[in-house]
Ligand binder design. Structure first.
Ligand code: PEP
Length: 257
C-alpha cells in the first residue's frame, strides 16, 4: 500500500504573521488527532517564508517544500533559488512543473526535466506536476500531453527515486472545477500504465491529484485505487479545510489496513 501524501501549495500568499498562525493551527490540529499520522504532510510556502516554516515545523509531522527551484546548482541566475539552498533552509521537498510556472514563466517540458534533475541531485523529494489544459482535453489530447510531459521528465530514469507525480488538470486549478473521481482515476491509471510500460516502479510511485480539492470532495477522490493523495492550493490556506483533507487521506490508509 502506498502511503498517502497531502501537500499544500500556498502559492504567493502569506506574511510571517499568517504563516505562524496557519502552521500553529495545523500543528495543533495534528497533535490532537494521532490517526492523521497515517498520511505524509507537506506545506510549500513562498520562498521568503521557508526558513520560518521549517523552524516552526522542526520535529513535527509536517515537512516543508519549495514551490519551484532553479535547474542550476549555482551561478549568475538572478532571482533563482538553487535546490541546495532549499535544503539548506530545512526543506525536504520541492514542486517542479506547476502549471502556473509553465503558463506564466514559459517553462517547457525540457526546462521542467532539468529542474527535476537538479532537485534530485540535491537530494530533495520532488513533486512533478503534469496535466492538460481544457482545450487539450476537449481536443482529445489529454493523455498525449501527459505522456510527453512525463516522458521528457523521466528520460533520466534515476529521478524516479524520491519522486511523486501530481496530476493537475490545468482546467481544474483554482477554478472550482474538479475532475470527477472517475476522470482523475482514469488519468492516474494511465500514468501508472506509462510507468509500467517504461519498466519504472509503477506500483510504488505515488500519484497525487490536484485541482480544487476541498474537504467536501477529498474522500471520494481518495477512494479511487490510483489516487494516493492530493496537491492542494486554495484549500491548504485554511487550517480546517486542510486538516479535513489530511483526515480523509489518513482514513483511506486505515480502511486499507
Ligand atoms: C495547485 O495550485 O496546485 C492547486 C491544485 O490549486 P487549487 O487546489 O486551488 O485548485
Amino acid at each position: 500500500m502506498r502511503r498517502a501524501l497531502v501537500a499544500g501549495n500556498w502559492k504567493m500568499h502569506g506574511s510571517s504573521a499568517s504563516v505562524a498562525r496557519l502552521l500553529g493551527e495545523l500543528l495543533q490540529g495534528l497533535n490532537s488527532d494521532a490517526a492523521q499520522s497515517d498520511a505524509d504532510i507537506v506545506v510549500c510556502p513562498s520562498h521568503p517564508h521557508l526558513a520560518q516554516a521549517a523552524t516552526l515545523c522542526a520535529d513535527s509531522a509536517i515537512a516543508v517544500g519549495g514551490q519551484d527551484c532553479s535547474a542550476h546548482a549555482e551561478g549568475a541566475y538572478t532571482g533563482e533559488v538553487a535546490p541546495d539552498m532549499l535544503s539548506d533552509l530545512g526543506c525536504q521537498w520541492v514542486i517542479v512543473g506547476h502549471s502556473e510556472r509553465r503558463q506564466y514563466h514559459g517553462e517547457s517540458d525540457a526546462v521542467v526535466a532539468a529542474k527535476l534533475a537538479a532537485s534530485h541531485s540535491a537530494g530533495l523529494h520532488t513533486m512533478l506536476c503534469v496535466g492538460e489544459t481544457r482545450a487539450q482535453r476537449e481536443a482529445g489530447q489529454a493523455e498525449e500531453v501527459v505522456r510527453h510531459q512525463l516522458a521528457t521528465a523521466l528520460e533520466n530514469r534515476a529521478v524516479l527515486d524520491r519522486l511523486v507525480i501530481a496530476y493537475e488538470p490545468v482546467w481544474a486549478i483554482g477554478t472550482g472545477l474538479t475532475a470527477t473521481p472517475q476522470q482523475a482515476q482514469a488519468m492516474h491509471a494511465f500514468i501508472r500504465g506509462l510507468l509500467r510500460e517504461w519498466s519504472l516502479d509503477a506500483d510504488g510511485t505515488r500519484v497525487l491529484y490536484g485541482g480544487s480539492v476541498k474537504a467536501g470532495n477529498a474522500a471520494e477522490l481518495f477512494a479511487e485505487p490510483d489516487i494516493d493523495g492530493a496537491l492542494v492550493g486554495g484549500a491548504s490556506l485554511e487550517a480546517k479545510q486542510f486538516l479535513a483533507i489530511i483526515a480523509a487521506a489518513a482514513q483511506r490508509a486505515q480502511a486499507a489496513n
